[in-house]
Design a binder for this molecule. Structure first.
Ligand SMILES: [Zn+2]
Length: 291
């Protein structure tokens, strides 16, 4: 698949990354020039206590300038199987995990989007579509006005969200492609796109229609290399009319952390991988200009 215009695809696994190589010397720009900061965290569904260090670090980092910050939780928001029915085994543990993330997002004051991963679809459970819709309702209800769960209703997306003056988020539920039981399908569903052709067409339109905005395509699984999770940790970086792979595994391992992309007023983008230690302290493990 090749997408026109400027797009960056970012994946959940990438966002939980940490450095293997020493961080190159990238001069830190003036924070005053940042127009929008995007914070990506993936596989956060293990966070099972309100003071979880990575989630706390995220709350603090985004809360520093909440009006200009956007949080994205990139799926697998509740291990092991999403949110079970009320009173079902595992319900309380799943609630605790979701509450940890949703409450942190809410406390940060930043606009927040959760997207689903395979575990939110119940992992391999046949009733996964119910599972993911139940979790979405729960997250939105607890999160209040700043917290969204997209795409809605177990639809594949894409959902387009424009942020600030120069960012477009294009959100996909990539588990829809892989789920083998009941789900939204053409022509019976209420989703705006519910076949593979329709989703791809809408994705092209979303990118083409970005009119100068930086486009971030976010999904839990890699777009080009399959699930779970394909070429784990790699993402696509599309610039100047061609999708190029940005192999984040070169810079990331499975140490806890988050990824931040600062969008500057002059159009430049700076990616940062932030490690978080057991006490919640953030250190920059890696940074690069995306150009
Ligand atoms: Zn996953």
């Amino acid at each position: 698949m090749s997408l026109p215009s400027t797009a960056i695809a970012l994946l959940s696994i990438a966002a939980s990354g940490a450095a293997q190589a020493p961080a190159p010397a990238v001069p830190a720009p003036d924070a005053q020039e940042i127009e929008t900061s995007l914070f990506f965290i993936g596989d956060a569904g293990h966070a099972d206590r309100p003071d979880h260090p990575v989630v706390s670090a995220l709350r603090e980092a985004a809360g520093g300038n909440s009006a200009r910050s956007q949080l994205l939780f990139l799926g697998d928001n509740a291990y092991p199987e999403g949110l079970p029915e009320k009173d079902a085994p595992g319900r309380a543990a799943a609630e605790l995990r979701l509450n940890t993330q949703v409450d942190a997002a809410r406390a940060s004051g930043a606009a927040t989007i959760f997207i689903p991963g395979n575990h939110d679809w119940g992992h391999t459970r046949s009733e996964g579509w119910d599972q993911v819709r139940r979790e979405a309702r729960y997250v939105v209800e607890r999160g209040g006005q700043n917290v969204r769960f997209l795409p809605e209703d177990g639809c594949p997306g894409p959902v387009t969200v424009d942020v600030g003056r120069s960012v477009r988020l294009v959100l996909l539920d990539t588990q829809w492609w892989l789920h083998e039981s009941a789900e939204a399908v053409h022509p019976t569903s209420a989703c705006s796109a519910d076949s593979e052709d329709e989703v791809l067409g809408a994705l092209r339109d979303a990118v083409r229609g970005a009119t100068g905005r930086h486009v971030f395509v976010a999904g839990h699984h890699p777009l080009a290399s399959g699930g779970p999770h394909g070429g784990s940790g790699s993402g696509s970086y599309d610039h100047n009319n061609a999708v190029r792979r940005l192999d984040i595994t070169r810079y990331a391992s499975d140490k806890p952390g988050l990824m931040r992309v600062d969008v500057f007023g002059d159009g430049r983008l700076r990616l940062r991988v932030l490690l978080v230690d057991a006490r919640g302290r953030r250190t920059e493990a890696f940074a690069m200009w995306l150009d």
